[in-house]
Design a protein around this ligand. Structure first.
Ligand SMILES: [Ca+2]
Length: 379
């Protein structure tokens, strides 16, 4: 029990879970007998200050904890160039600096291309090295890694698509998989229906990801947009929500300060002073009562070799008796230049997978519980 702090034990006891065989907060962090290799991960995110959608800050904290625990090696954080309508937002390098400090690491950060792709094949020969800082990061991380690298896409697909179109052989040899958090998962999408936000950021680029010669773990954000059931958990959408005080009050003071600095929309450069300062209880309590909409959590765990059971335990993918709350199913998928997708199940497919919620009743609570056990472990 020495690896579990008092807070986790108390939350387990409160949930009536301390007597179980596998417990949230305990299952995670207890390594299987055989120590596995760390999976190299490149995290591509639309993480801005002031924040746009704060889910990217929650996601960042999750991947840092997986890195801190030694499940993944976080090779870099690539932040999308702010879109034109981003209201003066900047890439949130302060959040990355804060997480680097909290997790006692020093992951590099880069900024993506501000130039839209002119087609799904456009590698932007006309771009300057400044435009392609982020593309260069993708290529360098893949080239230099001795192991195949996982790439998480949480916003625009632009930089990964450009890099992939520039160097398909490199992606074939060195990309272990792209976790693509974008799009809608209904099998035959109506071309007239609304496109999901991350697709609208770069339609060509989203389409181009499906061309790349590496595995794609497609995580559609919703099953359908514009349907009355958009706010529900659906089989082929990653969406779930939680009330933030289910997790926030259980985090370390520093991690609470990381979130408060984001929620407070501070644009000073006092990121370290704020992190080490006194908690803003009023702000934390106010945001605690608000729901947070989430999408990407399952992919981070899956890339690290884990799945989540229906009652929220994080368990190894090799755990034979686990009943996972989500799976990735082999599919054949087509995506046109406008980002409209069609897919069918195809058990012979080796490189295309779709996220599939196996228990829509329990997915939301299971993912919230899994995220809580990750984030409460951060110091
Ligand atoms: Ca995002």
């Amino acid at each position: 029990m020495e690896n579990i702090d008092r807070r986790t034990v108390l939350s387990m006891a409160a949930a009536g879970l301390a007597g179980g065989i596998l417990r949230p907060g305990l299952a995670y962090g207890k390594k299987p007998e055989k120590v596995k290799k760390k999976t190299p991960v490149l995290h591509v995110t639309d993480l801005y200050r002031p924040h746009m959608d704060p889910d990217d800050h929650w996601d960042l904290a999750c991947v840092y904890e997986l890195a801190r625990q030694g499940d993944i090696e976080l090779k870099g954080v690539l932040i999308d160039h702010p879109p034109e309508n981003a209201g003066g937002r900047n890439p949130d390098i302060a959040a990355v600096a804060q997480m680097n400090l909290i997790a006692s690491t020093y992951v590099p950060v880069a900024v993506g291309s501000g130039l839209p792709m002119k087609s799904r094949y456009d590698v932007q020969e006309y771009a300057s090295p400044i435009d392609h800082q982020g593309v260069q990061m993708v290529l360098d991380v893949l080239r230099k890694s001795t192991q195949s690298v996982v790439i998480n896409i949480l916003g625009s697909s632009r930089d990964v698509a450009i890099a992939g179109k520039m160097a398909p052989e490199l992606f074939k040899a060195k990309c272990a998989g792209i976790y693509l958090n974008a799009g809608t998962g209904s099998p035959k999408m109506n071309p007239a229906s609304k496109l999901e936000y991350n697709v609208t950021l770069a339609r060509n680029a989203f389409a181009a990801i499906f061309d790349l010669p590496c595995p794609v773990y497609w995580m559609p954000c919703f099953e359908e947009l514009g349907s009355p059931r958009q706010g529900e958990v659906r089989e082929y959408g990653t969406y779930y929500k939680f009330r933030q005080d289910e997790i926030l009050p259980y985090l370390s003071d520093m991690v609470q300060n990381y979130f408060a600095y984001m929620f407070g929309k501070y644009t000073d450069s006092n990121w370290l002073g704020y992190l080490e300062g006194k908690k803003d209880e009023a702000l934390l309590s106010k945001v605690g009562s608000m729901d947070r909409h989430m999408w990407c959590t399952a992919g981070f765990l899956h890339a690290a070799g884990y799945t989540v059971t229906r009652d929220g335990q994080i368990v190894s993918l090799s755990e034979k008796h686990a009943e996972p709350v989500f799976t990735f199913d082999a599919v054949k998928v087509e995506c046109d230049d406008n980002g409209v997708t069609h897919w069918v199940r195809d058990d012979d497919s080796k490189g295309r997978f779709i996220f599939h919620v196996r228990d829509t009743d329990n997915y939301q609570s299971a993912m919230t519980c899994a995220m809580k056990s990750l984030l409460t472990a951060l110091p």
